[in-house]
Design a protein around this ligand. Structure first.
Ligand SMILES: [Zn+2]
Length: 90
């Protein structure tokens, strides 16, 4: 994991440099690989200090799939179910 350099102006007018550990990559959607929203991004070791609710979204597959991919998936599965029931009755 690399470094992250923060440049700051102190109250005295001096410019100082802070070297910190870089944050990890943001969690991504398993289907479209877009970064997930509403999820904290930090160093993997520091993720421990966050609450469960800060690391996922309160939705099924929250923190794993993005909202648009989940919508598509649910629609597909429901359509398949409907087709199945119709084909079995007739
Ligand atoms: Zn997605």
């Amino acid at each position: 994991m690399g470094k992250r350099i923060i440049i700051r102006r102190t109250p005295g007018g001096r410019i100082s440099m802070l070297i910190k550990k870089a944050k990890g990559n943001p969690p991504k959607c398993a289907v479209c690989k877009k970064p997930l929203r509403g999820v904290v991004r930090d160093h993997p070791r520091k993720l421990r200090k966050y609450n469960k609710t800060q690391k996922r979204v309160s939705r099924i597959f929250g923190g794993y799939l993005c909202h648009s991919c989940l919508e598509k998936l649910l629609k597909e599965t429901i359509r398949k179910e409907i087709l199945k029931t119709f084909s079995s009755t007739t």
